[in-house]
Design a protein around this ligand. Structure first.
Ligand code: FAD
Length: 541
């Protein structure tokens, strides 16, 4: 607390302040005028009450000094003493420069004086030194005081110690920069959206993603996967949303996966309107963490499991085909035997030793057939579920990649984007597709032509999903177009049981679909698979 003192307010200074307030120099910050005005109890004409006015200036909370045109101090108020440590007696007659710490760049003073010489005020920061040698940051406003002829007669100086505020600002700035740089270098995609959905903060990973997406803003994509357009800052839900996976397809053809999360938060409104009402501004924080590598590893594990499963199923299918073939072949002699027994029974008088031998052979044959039938491995029972044929084709192609590469077959896979699902038995449909792809690979490999291509495309036609398989092999002759679907029919001889397309046809029938060879296609073989859409999807269309 400063000691109460008897203000020594020279008439000259009093008049200078009075003149200053009646016509402030251009550029004096309104806050300064308001400060002085408040100190003077709103009395802009202090000449009417000099004593009151003098006391008001004296007690103003800002360090006020009045100088001559060479900056020699004529008057300094109590706050000046408080800030600088110099009493009025110690500063009057001295130049303002005695406050200088000598660390303020000369350009600051040159600007200050440049403004004053133009009879304009100047406002800025400089470093002062108190009487005790302590430095402080001063926010200074200097303004010229003019006489009635427009000549500068005095200068008015008003300054306050803003060291603490400066320190706080610096700390705040440091903290902001620290947070900014941590957020910026964080290996996750971060964006903060305002209530209008505009990104008010984007980190480096976000900007990188924006670039990789060819300028397509990732924010709507992240919001879309987390809850659609309803997810917005201030939508009422501030609790973090459970992480969701987002698949992004990039213009360079690559696919990357992100685990995304969103949470809302509210920041205090710093505008003057919110000074008494404590308003809050809502924001939405979006965070996305790239999980492509994990996804790739998961996919690899899944594909290995799928490969093993498909190999096992192929083994079972092969066994089923072989045993069915054997049963089929054994049935023929048994039928003949049956016919012979029938003939002998009609002729014999009931005591025929040949007949009884034949009956015994027939019964043993039947028993052997039944035993063999019981050995045929049963197909795994599967429930009917929504199945995405694109996904199954993708899996089959991945499993078949080594074979395709070994045979130098070029694959052209054109899936319809957003293909709806069909209701089906996933394993059977996957095996059906595998069968068609295997047939195509074999046809191209055996055909030995220069073109070694397999085109697969999916599309929607009415209420059906159509998948077309075109290979550049020798094709199927028109007269065999239907025969190839018969059980045990093969054009390959020996190692093939001729059940592949028959089983494929069976699976298609189970799904109420069709499997046709296009008779018009001349550049190889084109097989068209049609599977009805699931009823939900069909109704929606
Ligand atoms: P100076 O020799 O004073 O001058 C530096 C520059 O200012 C030079 O370019 C010079 O040409 C120009 N200049 C100096 N005096 C004048 C003049 N009378 N007319 C035209 N140009 C001139 N400085 C502080 O460091 N702290 C303060 O708190 C402070 N308060 C001030 C309050 C008022 C009302 C005024 C008018 C000035 C104040 N000053 C203050 C500025 C101070 O007068 C000095 O100019 C400054 O301290 C630099 O001092 P110096 O001795 O290093 O250089």
């Amino acid at each position: 607390m400063s000691q109460p003192r008897q203000p020594e307010f020279p008439q000259e200074a009093l008049e200078a302040v009075e003149r200053f307030l009646s016509a402030p120099a251009p550029g004096v910050p309104p806050a300064v005028l308001q400060l002085l005005g408040t100190a003077l109890h709103g009395n802009r004409r202090p000449g009417l009450m000099p004593r009151l006015f003098m006391e008001a200036v004296e007690q103003a909370p800002v360090a006020i000094s009045i100088t001559d045109t060479a900056a020699n101090i004529l008057y300094a108020n109590a706050a000046f003493t408080q800030v600088t440590g110099y009493t009025q007696g110690e500063v009057v007659g001295h130049n303002e420069s005695s406050l200088s710490d000598r660390s303020t760049p000369p350009i600051v003073y040159q600007t200050l004086w440049g403004r004053l010489l133009q009879q304009k005020s100047w406002n800025g920061m400089l470093v002062n030194r108190r009487k005790n040698g302590e430095r402080y940051v001063a926010e200074l406003t200097v303004a010229p005081v003019l006489d009635s002829a427009g000549t500068t007669t005095h200068y008015l100086g008003m300054h306050r110690d803003i060291t603490e505020m400066f320190q706080l600002q610096q700390d705040l700035q440091n903290q902001k920069e620290l947070i900014d740089s941590v957020v910026d270098v964080a290996p996750v995609v971060i964006a903060v959206l305002d209530a209008q959905g505009e990104a008010v903060l984007q980190n480096r990973a976000y900007r990188r993603l924006l670039f990789d997406l060819g300028g397509r803003d990732p924010a709507p994509l992240l919001r879309g996967v987390l809850g659609g357009d309803t997810l917005a800052a201030g939508s009422g839900e501030d609790a973090p949303r459970a992480a969701r996976e987002l698949r992004l397809d990039f213009p360079d053809g690559s696919t990357r996966w992100f685990a995304c999360q969103a949470s809302g938060f509210r920041a205090r409104d710093g505008s003057a309107d919110a000074y008494f009402t404590a308003r809050e501004v809502p924001y939405l924080l979006l965070v996305a963490h790239e999980v492509t590598e994990i996804k790739r590893q998961q996919e690899e594990v899944r594909m290995n499991a799928l490969r093993a499963l498909m190999a096992e199923e192929a083994l079972g299918r092969g066994l089923r085909e072989t045993l069915s073939g054997a049963l089929h072949q054994m049935q023929r002699p048994l039928n003949l035997l049956n016919a012979a027994v029938g003939m002998l029974e009609r002729r014999s008088d009931g005591d025929d030793s040949l007949l009884s031998v034949l009956c015994q052979v027939r019964d043993e044959g039947r028993a052997a057939l039944e035993t063999l039938s019981a050995c045929v491995p049963q197909e795994v029972q599967e429930p009917l579920l929504p199945v995405n044929l694109n996904q199954l084709i993708h899996e089959v192609l991945l499993v078949s990649t080594p074979r395709l590469l070994a045979e130098s077959i070029v694959i052209d896979w054109q899936p319809q984007a957003d293909l709806p699902s069909c209701n089906g038995r996933e394993r059977r449909l996957r095996n059906l597709i595998k069968q068609l792809v295997d047939n195509a690979i074999e046809a191209v490999a055996d055909g030995g032509g220069a073109r070694r291509e397999l085109h697969i495309a999916s599309r929607i036609e009415g209420d059906f999903i159509v998948v077309q398989f075109e290979d550049s092999g020798p094709g199927i002759a028109p007269d065999l177009r239907f025969r190839v679907f018969e059980p045990f029919y093969t054009t390959k001889g020996g190692k093939h049981a001729g059940m592949g397309l028959a089983i494929a046809q069976d699976v298609v029938n189970q799904h109420a679909g069709t499997l046709e060879i296009d008779p018009a296609y001349r550049d190889g073989c084109r097989i068209c698979l049609r599977i009805p859409l699931s009823s939900d999807n069909a109704q929606e269309r």
